[in-house]
Design a protein around this ligand. Structure first.
Ligand code: C2E
Ligand code: CA
Ligand code: CA
Length: 452
């Protein structure tokens, strides 16, 4: 390279040039002659791309990955032009009213050979490519078309679509959204919500903050911060982004009844959204108990398998017609509850969940059954966090909390004996002990009833 770059003197002019060179090595690159030359050529282009005046060695593994990626991108593009993508819809309900107020649109790929594909199998491939915006546009347009159709049937639902950060920050995003809304003039833009991932991938906050403001103020489109709490800078995001709605991520809801840390996070998020005057929805609500717990904490909008799984658009109307609000949610939300009543309900929910986990773990003999143990550490379980907090809040008599403390300690003593026996395999003893633990749990339940 040094001799090649040495200047030439031609007619008194000094001519300088550089060389870029591509190399491939046989038999490491085990290909025929033509392919070898093509590979060397490819490597030469990489040398040029990397700034010229250098050589690059062809990497057979790398090449395979690039061409695989290229193939997969092409397959997605082909799927898009051949109508293989579909939006499923998952209901969002307000438990206070019992009404279904909206649907989240979730993309699926109806692959001719591989069947229905979930988004995590294909969305990561398009991140950063041009297709990211193209597919995003398709999602917005399809959701608007669906809104228009439902409206024509007299069904008013808010539809939310997920917007990737790359798409959101693409230069044409705003213009294209405006155009899409114009294409569906019967749809009120208030009924379209964009869910934006609350994650570090958001990048620079100022441009994102401007996009959010313009969408809400100029277009009347609603914005929700999705997966809230999972990013590194949730508080900064909440402060700087004016998104109207905050969506609690399902990873916090999943163990809400078993892990006091998740409870604390959700409780914190609910406090913040109230202070910042935002609306709140929780996703991943799988059971009646999840919903009840969220109700006692002050979150009334819910989404999750406990209500319905995402379904094809064509099934939505029939589902809406047969929908019955969860009677336990309705019953609980029809009365105004005092702080004390809510706290008692929470104690019962976490306590029942604790004993259920224990019983399931102890009695499930099949090793393939999925279960996890409740928290045995007496200082870290939900009960103890509840008890500590209740002492601080002074909602309950001290005497009543003292009795609960004592019964709680007993519960843990018995359960640690139970687990010891279980691990040593003495079946007879541990069946007896399980009954004792259940009796101790019952005692807790009686005592909390007396705290009212
Ligand atoms: P997300 O926005 O957090 O959506 C919620 C995901 O949780 C969905 O998975 C949904 O099916 C699932 N889910 C809902 N309720 C429950 C529940 O009770 N339990 C459990 N275990 N899961 C529940 P899905 O449809 O596989 O989507 C995964 C992610 O892919 C979405 O997460 C979203 O980030 C992304 N995504 C989906 N559709 C689109 C789209 O059209 N565009 C973009 N950019 N991203 C999308
Ligand atoms: Ca979402
Ligand atoms: Ca989520």
């Amino acid at each position: 390279f040094d001799s090649l770059t040495a200047p030439y003197l031609i007619n008194g002019y000094s001519i300088e040039r550089t060389a870029s060179c591509g190399v491939t090595l046989y038999p490491n690159d085990n290909a025929d002659l033509d392919t070898l030359v093509r590979h060397a050529d490819q490597a030469m282009y990489q040398a040029k791309l990397a700034g010229r005046n250098q050589f690059k060695l062809f990497d057979p593994d790398d090449d395979q990955q690039t061409s695989e990626k290229h193939e997969r991108l092409k397959a997605i593009e082909h799927g898009l032009t051949h109508d293989q993508f579909e939006l499923y819809y998952q209901p969002k309900v307000n438990i206070k009213t019992g009404k279904v107020f909206g649907m989240e649109a979730l993309i699926r790929w109806q692959h001719p050979e591989r069947g229905t594909l979930q988004p995590d199998t294909f969305l990561p491939i398009i991140t950063g490519s041009e297709l990211e915006s193209t597919l995003g546009q398709w999602v917005i347009n399809t959701a608007l078309k669906q809104l228009m159709f439902w409206k024509s049937k007299g069904i008013e639902l808010e539809v939310s679509v997920n917007i990737s950060s790359g798409h959101l920050q693409s230069p044409d995003f705003f213009k294209q959204l405006e155009q899409a809304l114009e294409n569906y003039p019967t749809v009120n833009s208030n009924f379209l919500q964009l869910e934006i991932l609350e994650s570090s991938a958001l990048g620079e906050l100022e441009p994102v903050s401007n996009i959010i403001k313009t969408c809400q103020e100029a277009l009347g489109v609603r914005i929700a911060l999705d997966d809230f709490g999972t990013g590194y800078s949730s508080l900064t995001h909440l402060r700087n982004l004016t998104a109207k709605t905050i969506k609690i991520d399902r990873s916090f809801v999943r163990d809400l009844l078993d892990d006091p840390n998740d409870y604390a996070i959700i409780d914190g998020i609910i406090g913040l959204t109230t202070s910042f005057n935002r609306e709140l929805i929780a996703e991943g609500v799988e059971s009646t108990e999840h919903g009840l717990m969220l109700l006692t904490m002050g979150c009334f909008e819910l989404q999750g398998y406990g209500i319905a799984k995402p379904m094809p658009a064509i099934d939505v109307i029939a589902w809406l017609q047969s929908y019955q609000p969860n009677p336990k949610w309705l019953a609980y939300s029809q009365h105004v509850h005092t702080e004390k009543e809510n706290r008692i309900k929470q104690f019962r929910l976490v306590s029942d969940s604790w004993i259920n986990l224990l019983e399931t773990a102890i009695t499930s003999s099949a090793p393939d059954k999925k279960y996890h143990w409740p928290i045995f550490d007496q200082e870290k379980c939900h009960h103890s966090v509840w008890l500590k907090r209740s002492r601080q809040e002074q909602l309950f008599d001290d005497a009543c909390l003292d009795r609960l403390d004592e019964a709680h300690e007993k519960l843990h003593q018995l359960s640690s004996q139970l687990v010891d026996h279980y691990q040593n395999g003495s079946l007879a003893v541990h069946t007896q002990l399980l009954d004792d633990v259940k009796a101790a749990h019952k005692q807790l339940s009686i005592l909390i009833g007396e705290c009212d």
